[in-house]
Design a binder for this molecule. Structure first.
Ligand SMILES: [Zn+2]
Length: 390
């Protein structure tokens, strides 16, 4: 027996007393079928309601091809023939009403503003997407669309949903073709949009609260737009605002100044890097001039780091056959081995052997190797010993 779906006539009816007509199955799970239900079953890209039947939590709601609505419970259901309180989770329902009505308004604004037709939409548990047939959309192009939807929300237009007969259906100017069904339900945002739909919608556009376009990406030759509306959009924006306030507090500035300060900090960082690079080059020149550069150079560079070792080695390998440098720090010794032209020593093998002896790690190519030894390792002695052995 087909379930009477009360949400069609009244999306704000969240509670009723219904009769259990059947214990059935949905897939491999038991389900309860009522004579009538306020629960919306998952369909048309909208998730099903949650709530309780006789105090037992409803985990999922689905509808089969015969129009029976299956309530999947967390526990055993009431007996067939029993009267049971059916209560929908109102907050979740209102969230879905806002998202769904917001999606209708967004689809209409996209069609009017950009000539973009909605191909499909999905109102997910954590994100809502809408796919359109227009490619190369960006957030800038979508801002006026978002504005148009939010204007319609501010205007608090009535939203009507009703079943229509074939005669009336033929006269209606629908945004998308009606499905081939005995009774088609249409949803109208007064003076703005008219489309066939079986979902749950707000009854006034102000219940959408606001709509936020979050992103857009290329998708199957068109575009996929990510959006939020209603309580979820509000929560998202408040969360973002909180993060921005925290960031401003850490930067010790006001919220409107954050962007300029971050940009300024980035420029200072780039300048500081450039200056550090120039100083490193000068220091490398001094070290290279100081180190003996015939045969093998094995040296410890006090206060050095891997970048300085690399800069010094780069200036020595033209003259020396082998360059082995160490930069001791409190938490270990950075080491580098590079060879000059004509040398056949494998730097990678040499460093692996040294690291093994010192209990550190390192390796690399035949012409260049880098690693880190434990603090206090006598790199110069280890390298000299390995060279004598090799
Ligand atoms: Zn809808």
């Amino acid at each position: 027996m087909k379930t009477e779906r009360l949400h069609y006539d009244d999306p704000l009816l969240l509670r009723t007393t219904a009769r259990v007509v059947e214990h059935a199955r949905w897939g491999d799970r038991p389900s309860v079928v009522l004579d009538e239900t306020p629960f919306y079953p998952e369909s048309g890209g909208q998730l099903g309601d949650r709530g309780a039947l006789g105090g037992v939590p409803v985990l999922d709601v689905q509808v089969d091809d015969d129009g029976r609505v299956h309530h999947l419970l967390d526990g055993s259901g009431p007996a067939v023939g029993a009267s049971v309180d059916a209560e929908v989770d109102g907050a979740r329902r209102r969230t879905h009403m806002a998202l769904h009505t917001g999606q209708h308004a967004l689809s209409r604004a996209l069609l009017d503003g950009l000539g973009a037709t909605t191909l499909s939409s999905r109102l997910g548990a954590s994100a809502c997407t809408l796919d359109v047939d227009v490619a190369k959309l960006d957030l800038e192009a979508l801002r006026p669309i978002e504005d148009a939807v939010n204007r319609v929300i501010d205007e608090d237009r009535p939203v009507r949903q009703r079943f229509v007969d074939d005669d009336e259906l033929a006269r209606l100017d629908l945004r998308k073709p009606a499905p081939d069904m005995p009774r088609v339900r249409v949803v109208e945002i007064e003076g703005f949009d008219l489309t066939p739909c079986g979902g749950t919608h707000a009854i006034h556009t102000s219940q959408i609260e606001l709509l936020v376009v979050r992103g857009v990406e290329a998708y199957k030759g068109g575009s996929r737009i990510t959006f939020e509306a209603g309580p979820r959009a509000r929560a998202l924006l408040l969360e973002d605002a909180g993060r921005l306030r925290d960031t401003a507090a850490r930067l010790k500035c006001a919220v409107p100044e954050v962007a300029d300060i971050v940009e300024g900090t980035g420029m200072k960082l780039a300048a500081a890097r450039e200056e550090a690079g120039a100083l490193r080059a000068q220091l490398a020149e001094l070290w290279a001039a100081r180190l003996e550069a015939d045969g093998a150079v094995v040296a410890s560079i006090e206060g050095g780091d891997p970048a300085l070792l690399k800069a010094i080695a780069g200036r020595l390998t033209g003259r020396a056959a082998l360059v082995a440098l160490a930069a001791p720090t409190s938490d270990g010794t950075h080491v580098l081995i590079a060879r000059g032209q004509g040398s056949t020593v494998s730097c990678g093998d040499l460093l692996r052997a040294v690291a093994e002896a010192a209990g550190g790690r390192g390796g690399g190519r035949p012409d260049h190797a880098q690693g880190k030894l434990p603090a206090g390792a006598d790199f110069e002695a280890l390298v000299s010993a390995e060279l004598r052995r090799g």
